[in-house]
Design a protein around this ligand. Structure first.
Ligand code: F6R
Ligand code: ZN
Length: 188
């Protein structure tokens, strides 16, 4: 039987207490998602294989819903901001919510039919991710980007499509400011 409980979420560190799981993505694991993978190698040679982001989950066994936090380090590979892998949900009828707690970023999205959207991620903004939209977050600030996410437990992840084709948009720094540009390498 499931029982109610309060889960403390630290909006600055992203700590979830109690949590049921967590994982860390090293920058090296994201190498081929960037526009310039050799620049990832150069970054790692200079700074080490940093923790690019961490995901902490509250996913009780048998629950229909789950939530957690994502904590993204600040940084750039060339002019491209640190990013998450990006994915569709395995189930095409499952959306998601991202509620930014601290930091600054952009949520890049595209639909199966090729529409693109960008949602600003800043403290207090709750982003609605409709079902069957690919989504990737990027940290455009100088501090960690921390957001709470929540979705159905059975939403699942399909990473293959984005890994194979890329996202339609990239978030880059232009004249010291974040800009979103079309990804010339997107495999249409
Ligand atoms: C879950 C979700 C987030 C991301 C997390 C890391 O559906 O969207 O919890 O999983 O922000 O991003 P990915 O999974 O794209 O590496
Ligand atoms: Zn998702």
């Amino acid at each position: 039987m499931l029982f109610p409980e309060g889960v403390a979420i630290d909006g600055v560190t992203g700590a979830v207490t109690p949590a049921t799981g967590r994982y860390v993505k090293k920058l090296s694991a994201l190498r081929d998602l960037y526009a310039a993978p050799p620049m990832v190698d150069a970054f790692i040679a200079e700074h080490g294989d940093v923790d690019a982001y961490e995901v902490i989950e509250y996913r009780p066994d048998g629950s229909d819903i789950c939530f957690g936090t994502t904590i993204m380090a600040p940084g750039k590979i060339g002019d491209e901001y640190f990013l998450t892998r990006g994915h569709y949900h395995a189930r095409a009828d499952r959306g998601e919510v991202y509620y930014t707690q601290s930091g600054e970023g952009l949520l890049l999205l595209h639909s199966r039919s090729g529409e693109v959207r960008v949602v600003e991620m800043r403290t207090g903004v709750c982003a609605f991710i409709p079902p069957d939209w690919a989504h990737r977050s990027v940290n455009t600030g100088g501090t960690p980007l921390v957001f709470v996410w929540t979705c159905a437990t059975d939403a699942g992840h399909d990473y293959g499509e984005v890994a194979a084709r890329g996202m339609r948009q990239r978030a880059v720094e232009r004249n010291g400011r974040p800009a979103v540009v079309a990804n010339p390498n997107y495999a249409d």
